[in-house]
Design a binder for this molecule. Structure first.
Ligand SMILES: Nc1ncnc2c1ncn2[C@@H]1O[C@H](COP(=O)(O)OP(=O)(O)OP(=O)(O)O)[C@@H](O)[C@H]1O
Ligand SMILES: [Mg+2]
Length: 292
């Protein structure tokens, strides 16, 4: 499977796909792909953790297989399940005599009745896929332990069918918002990279890549305003996604600059908490005052 031949090559390919990775991130991904190591991306909200997996898959022609984690997710939802409803229908269609025949019953636990979930899908796909295990911090401890097992040997045993092994493991990207600490055992298996807020110049670049045609001056003004918002004591500081949304909203209104009145009108594109809005509104002049 085609992969990058250098960190610079990977950075360029991601950029062509609309994603700007800094050196640290590109290096972690390059090593992860080359040495078949999972990459764990932790960071603030909306800083491009999920997006990088999507862009990477598209850029290298790999299929993106996404396992979205949530509270209460269990191995059945991640690995495979038997299609109970189809099995029941099949049984009803069998005659008494057929039911006595063990081969017919064995068939009920064959590939036809197996529902593949993302992890099984990824094991079968091997390195033609990127497996994104998104927001792993939302799953509970037991699920994390189970994931660790799958990630350590990339093979899955289905008692009725046998063992399925990845021909060559997929690139695995895990993301976490750090709503809880992940276990050392899982972290040790992975290459770790923290994605923080980008420096202002890079964030302007990201805006220009994502909103082509936007005036550089507006992009800069918004990035600076968002930077100031991040310095306030907000419950939900805005991520890069919000910066882009704000620029988009302003552009849609035909604005080419950001003043306090316009910021007031459009603040809902960046802040989504009432207390945060109140705090920002008390500081609008400073927030929109330009260069820091
Ligand atoms: N480095 C970057 N290059 C290009 N676009 C970026 C970058 N960082 C963030 N973005 C933009 O920000 C948006 C949000 O990113 P994404 O959803 O990946 O964030 P996240 O870190 O997964 O957030 P969450 O924690 O909310 O899941 C993307 O759709 C993309 O437009
Ligand atoms: Mg995400």
């Amino acid at each position: 499977m085609a992969g990058p031949d250098s960190v610079a090559g990977l950075t360029g390919t991601l950029r062509d796909g609309g994603y700007l990775a800094d050196r640290g991130l590109a290096t972690a991904l390059f090593i992860g792909i080359s040495l078949h190591r999972p990459v764990l991306l932790e960071g603030e909200v909306g800083v491009g953790k999920t997006e990088v997996a999507k862009v990477l898959a598209a850029a290298y022609g790999r299929r993106l297989i996404r396992l979205q984690c949530y509270e209460g997710i269990d191995p059945g939802q991640a690995l495979y399940e038997w299609d109970y409803a189809r099995q029941m229908l099949h049984i009803r269609a069998l005659s008494e005599r057929q039911l006595a025949d063990s081969a017919a019953v064995d068939q009920l636990f064959g590939p036809k009745f197996l529902i593949e979930r993302p992890l099984l899908d990824a094991v079968r796909a091997g390195d033609s896929a990127v497996l994104l295990i998104d927001e792993v911090d939302r799953a509970d401890d037991e699920f994390e332990a189970f994931l660790l097992e799958v990630l350590s040997d990339f093979q899955i045993t289905i008692p009725e069918i046998g063992t399925i092994r990845a021909p060559s493991p997929p690139l695995v990207i895990l993301t976490s918002n750090r709503t809880r600490e992940l276990h050392d055992a899982l972290k040790r298996r992975c290459l770790y990279h923290w994605i923080g807020y980008p420096p202002a110049d890079r964030e302007v670049e990201i805006v220009l890549v994502r909103e082509p045609g936007v005036a550089q001056a507006l992009a800069r003004k918004v990035v600076e305003a968002v930077g100031r918002l991040r310095e306030l004591d907000l419950a939900k500081p805005p991520g890069v996604a919000e910066t882009i949304d704000w620029v988009r909203a302003l552009r849609f209104l035909g604005a080419d600059d950001l003043d306090p009145a316009l910021a007031d009108d459009t603040l809902g594109a960046v802040l989504k908490e009432r207390d945060d809005l109140d705090l920002a509104r008390e500081n609008l002049t400073e927030i929109t005052s330009g260069a820091r």
